[in-house]
Design a protein around this ligand. Structure first.
Ligand SMILES: Cc1ncc(COP(=O)(O)O)c(C=O)c1O
Length: 384
């Protein structure tokens, strides 16, 4: 075994993902409510197009920023007011690489990036990896975990270079409001910071057909999205960034260092998806059914445990304050005693220390069985 100091200080200082910590204890028999990926396969037409392209053999490197035809289709499908053409688009290896590339293009060592608490842990990990300082802005349950620009303003300093948004959010499932996003766009101009808008779940909306985005209001907004969640192409690693000039050029330079270009086969398949835009919503009816099933199962089996009602994405937060003050220990106990895998809220920040995240991306039967097993476990632990 190599000693820890054999590696760079940067890697040595990185925290272990709490999601991984629980996931690594999972057995093959475990009911998986931790899943961040759809159980559905990629729609067959997209696979057929991939096979056709593979047989044609055009699989060499593409331009760093991605194929021009694909970037053009992506730009047209989003028609952002400040970033409307192919030159504004960079195709990446999944949304995660898009996040790292965007941070690398915006942040110097010691710069501050504001992330929501709770939020997807990939933001803090990427920022720390790049030597930036993570500043958290709490989201409140009483405000449905939505952006409160007034509260966030108190976190801005002369070193703030980036604010990260995620709507609909992982783990909250909530969308931010137009008024708050407009207020944030004004702050970005006043204090010279960029806004990273992670909208990877934007095609999975239940309570509204569209959602507001800071990219509509700000020349400082960078859009992150991809095909991992809407068409279940997680393993094809297809994400993208859209940003105004000259930011798009800076993003391309960062992306070129990280991965040269996104996988060519995946880019061809993505071209087909953007030519057939209805495909991006192909799984939505199924997710809507699964969301309803999840809500029904929780109402039936855990009627006294409060939970969120997601506007989008495929996660529900369960308030376990009656049972625990440490969702990591709690999730590990649940796994050991009921063989159900859940995600500790602590993985997303202190605000959700007493919460668990349940995913309904798997089958309805899977979700219901999981919740049925949680019910007796919760019952004997209730303190009131
Ligand atoms: C909010 C959010 N952003 C980005 C990602 C990463 O997506 P990808 O698999 O396309 O890298 C995820 C994955 O779970 C996510 O939940």
């Amino acid at each position: 075994m190599l000693p820890n100091d054999a590696f760079s200080a940067r890697i040595g200082a990185m925290r272990q993902s709490l999601i991984r910590k629980v996931f690594d204890c999972k057995k093959s028999t475990s009911i998986n409510l931790g899943l961040g990926q759809p159980s559905e396969s990629v729609p067959l037409q997209i696979i057929d197009e991939g096979m056709r392209r593979l047989k044609q053999g055009d699989m060499g490197y593409t331009a760093n920023a991605g194929m021009l035809t694909l970037r053009d289709k992506i730009a047209r499908s989003h028609h952002l007011p400040f970033a409307g053409s192919a030159e504004n688009v960079v195709v990446t290896c999944g949304a995660q690489e898009a996040i790292v590339a965007a941070m690398a293009a915006c942040l110097d060592v010691g710069d501050e990036v504001i992330v929501a608490d709770p939020s997807f842990p990939g933001y803090a990990m990427a920022a720390e990896f790049l030597g930036a300082q993570v500043v958290t802005a709490q989201r409140f349950e009483s405000e449905d975990f939505r952006l409160n620009t007034g509260a966030l303003a108190g976190k801005i300093s002369s070193r703030t270079r980036l604010v990260v948004l995620n709507s609909p959010g992982n783990p909250t499932g909530k969308c931010d409001t137009e008024a708050e996003l407009q207020a944030l766009a004004e702050l970005a101009d006043k204090h010279n910071f960029f806004i990273l808008c992670d909208e990877i779940y934007a095609d999975i909306l239940y309570t509204q057909s569209e959602m507001p985005s800071a990219t509509q209001f700000s020349k400082r907004a960078i859009l992150v999205s991809g095909l991992s969640k809407n068409v279940a192409m997680t393993g094809f690693r297809l994400g993208y960034l859209i940003a105004p000039d000259p930011l798009a050029l800076a993003l391309t330079r960062a992306h070129a260092v990280l991965t040269s270009c996104a996988p060519t086969l995946s880019q061809h398949m993505a071209g087909y998806v953007f030519e057939n835009p209805q495909l991006r919503k192909v799984h939505l009816p199924l997710y809507a059914e699964r969301r309803q099933n999840a809500i029904n199962a929780l109402r039936t089996h855990l009627p006294h445990t409060p939970h969120t009602m997601p506007d989008g994405a495929f996660y529900i937060l369960l308030n376990c304050a009656r049972f625990t003050n440490n969702s990591l220990d709690f999730a590990l106990q649940i796994l050991e005693q009921t063989d159900v895998l859940t995600t500790p809220g602590l993985a997303f920040g202190e605000s959700t220390r007493q919460w668990l995240r349940l995913s309904f991306a798997g089958t309805p039967e899977n979700f219901t069985t999981g919740v049925e097993r949680l019910a007796p476990f919760f019952k004997i632990r209730a303190t009131d």
